[in-house]
Design a protein around this ligand. Structure first.
Ligand SMILES: [Mg+2]
Length: 387
């Protein structure tokens, strides 16, 4: 029997590109090219360094041994976990799945066991930091055909919210509900700005507006308060954009969260998010991947969404306000895979991640680079406030 010629990873490059992204490009000695998006928003340069270190191991390896590489990349350095390492691994994992799809001539969802749905429901984010924006932004998404939106519940929030703050949160969501009517859905994101006490006070008041779910009521370091919040809330609780592996999802699932939101560019990539979804399934929880990032992260999310039975809805950020001066479609040869119809995206059939990256556009954009940082908020008295 002829021995299979072993394909080898030959070159790994990274590109720091506007608005706030980092792409990686993995090339094999036979010319297969896989793309990934390893980034922590606001810390892209740090993740780039992590990718450079991990690349030392990957060069010369067989790209098709994805699981073996995932094990070594996440555990082989003795110290493990955290946003930087997990995001670096995530981007490389996406690129290896992209290569595998091309090597086998199949979309990634086919390699994950085949599609379980024909289209994926998506939602758009409408802001909400400023209450005046809500109605117009919601109306724009209705006009665009969206069946669901997500909004921030508040601006800065004090640990024990005042009566005015509680009323303001309810008013914002009520404004959106009025515009969206009963046939569309609203998800409400607290961005970790609330405390458990605040969540227990506010969520029952939001319940009559029937949000699809309420996201990140507290920061991840207060996840041990999730059981109290779930008990007090008639609204399903979602969390997970700042959790980095399946072990970190166990406690929230045991607390009773209804929706897990791992980010394909943070939580170990396609390999690990697939496992997180499976773990969630045993709790009757559903997957709604976090994705405010770029085209590769979204493409990877969709591949998982199409192959995952307990999938709910996909975030995407085409036209989001962070992307001033450049957009998710700018780096694609063909934007068609991301053209939504009736608030849904259709199943990609192209091999790998199902998109074609415009390499010339990426290389040109990388010459400008970026130094994106999130804002740092303060309360009125000058103390730090969660953003
Ligand atoms: Mg969020």
């Amino acid at each position: 029997m002829a021995e299979r010629h072993l394909v080898k990873i030959d070159r790994i490059e990274t590109f720091l590109i506007p608005p706030r992204w980092l792409f990686c490009r993995v090339e094999t000695d036979e010319g297969l090219i896989g793309w990934g998006e390893p980034v922590v928003e606001g810390r892209a340069e740090v993740v780039r360094s992590a990718v450079d270190v991990l690349a030392e191991y990957l060069i010369g390896e067989d790209p098709l041994r994805i699981e073996q590489h995932w094990q070594v990349l996440t555990k082989g350095g003795f110290y493990r976990g955290g946003p930087v390492l997990s995001s670096a691994v995530a981007g490389l994992d996406q690129a290896l799945w992209d290569i595998a799809g091309q090597a086998y001539g199949a979309p990634v969802h086919a390699l994950l066991g085949g599609p379980v749905r024909d289209r994926v429901r998506i939602y758009s984010w409408i802001g909400g930091d400023e209450p005046g924006e809500v109605a117009d932004a919601a109306a724009a998404q209705v006009a665009a055909g969206m069946t669901a939106i997500k909004m921030n519940a508040s601006g800065r929030l004090t640990a024990i919210p005042t009566s005015a703050e509680v009323a303001d949160v309810v008013r914002r969501v009520a404004t959106a509900r009025e515009v969206l009517g009963e046939d569309r859905d609203i998800a409400v994101d607290f961005h970790g700005r609330a405390s458990a006490a605040a969540a227990r006070r506010i969520l029952p008041e939001l319940a009559p507006l029937r949000p699809l779910f309420v996201e990140e009521p507290v920061v991840p370091e207060q996840s041990h308060r999730l059981p109290d919040i779930v008990t007090a809330s008639p609204v399903p609780i979602a969390t997970g954009e700042r959790l980095f592996g399946r072990h970190e999802f166990l406690a929230p699932l045991q607390a009773g969260v209804a929706v897990v939101q791992p980010d394909l560019s943070h939580a170990g990539g396609i390999s690990e998010v697939r496992r997180i979804a499976t773990m969630a399934e045993t709790f009757g929880a559903v997957l709604a991947p976090h994705c405010p990032l770029g085209p590769i992260s979204l493409a990877a999310s969709l591949q998982v969404a199409f192959a995952t039975p307990n999938f709910l809805i996909q975030e995407q950020s085409i036209g989001i306000h962070y992307h001033e001066g450049s957009d998710l479609l700018d780096y694609l040869v063909d934007p068609e895979p991301f053209r939504f119809v009736d608030g849904h995206l259709r199943r990609p059939e192209a091999p790998g991640l199902g998109i074609s990256i415009d390499e010339a556009a990426v290389r040109a954009a990388a010459r400008a680079g970026h130094t994106w940082r999130n804002p740092v908020w303060r309360h009125d008295d000058g103390s730090f406030a969660e953003w």
